[in-house]
Design a protein around this ligand. Structure first.
Ligand code: S5P
Length: 264
């Protein structure tokens, strides 16, 4: 199957968020997720507004905002509707099923009420997926499993990564893909989202490791690039988002024309 046939892949998905995301990617020619790691609501809303036309996903760390108030969420949802992108709260849940249910549904942030997409570590075992699924499934939400990380010395590899792939297949109505550095399965239902992407830098002083969009999409076979500081700290985030969108999409098109570029 051609990698560009996102609408074909969407037909294979039962999960509404996966379907919606694949359609957005195709319609907007975007495989760019912006990591909106900012400290103030105004900055977050501005970033959503200016990068909105270029992105398929906006990723938040809602708990780093210094001035969070619930009305932000309505404003963010309106911008997401206007520009057609998915809201992904990068909460990286990591507790037992019963606890993550409350972390997902309750508290100040009420993540399940607004985030189309969340992610979780599989360290606690599959109970974490079951707990999140009890809250998110009826709302049409989706879950990504953190199967690999971008940071130096991380422990997510080998049998751990393979266990994540196994769990994704077992819960494939709710799990729509992975946070990973490369394509982990040939099953076209699953999306691979990859952080650690920068066009100019190779890393940061705290262990972050960057690759180019060409490496991540063209060579590693991932679907979506996640870009934070490359866009957020650029002089002109709108222009930077468009540069990353073009680079990500060009890498995808190139790998489709030349499938041998894809390393499995
Ligand atoms: O392995 C990972 C997983 C994630 S979700 N490495 C990451 O860097 N992330 C997130 O991606 C991280 O929390 C941050 O929000 C973003 C990368 O930001 P950047 O500024 O380094 O591009």
């Amino acid at each position: 199957m051609s990698r560009l046939c996102f609408s074909e892949r969407a037909k294979l998905c039962t999960n509404p968020t996966a379907k919606q995301l694949l359609h957005i990617m195709e319609n907007k020619k975007s495989n760019l997720c912006v990591a909106a790691d900012v400290l103030y609501q105004e900055e977050l809303l501005h970033l959503a507004e200016v990068t909105g036309p270029s992105i398929c996903v906006l990723k938040t760390h809602i708990d780093i905002l210094k001035d969070f108030s619930p009305d932000l969420l309505t404003k963010l949802q309106k911008i997401a509707d206007k520009h057609q992108f998915i809201l992904f709260e990068d909460r990286k849940f990591a507790d037992i099923g019963q606890t993550v249910k409350s972390q997902y549904h309750d508290g100040i942030y009420q993540i399940s009420s607004w985030a189309h997409l969340i992610n979780a570590h599989i360290l606690p075992g599959s109970g974490i997926i079951q707990g999140l699924q009890e809250v998110g499934m009826s709302r049409g939400r989706g879950l990504l499993l953190v199967a690999e990380m971008s940071s130096a010395g991380n422990l997510l590899h080998g049998s751990y990564t393979q266990a994540a792939v196994g769990m994704a297949h077992e819960y494939s109505d709710f799990v729509i893909g992975f946070i990973s550095q490369r394509k982990l399965t040939e099953n076209p239902k699953f999306l691979h989202l990859t952080p650690g992407v920068h066009i100019h830098n190779s890393g940061d002083p705290l262990g972050q490791q960057y690759n180019s969009p060409e490496q991540i999409i063209g060579k590693n076979g991932s679907d979506i690039i996640i870009v934070g500081r490359g866009i957020v700290q650029a002089k002109d985030p709108k222009a930077a988002a468009e540069i990353y969108r073009e680079a990500g999409w060009a890498a995808l098109e190139k790998s489709c024309r030349n499938p041998s570029l894809l390393q499995q």
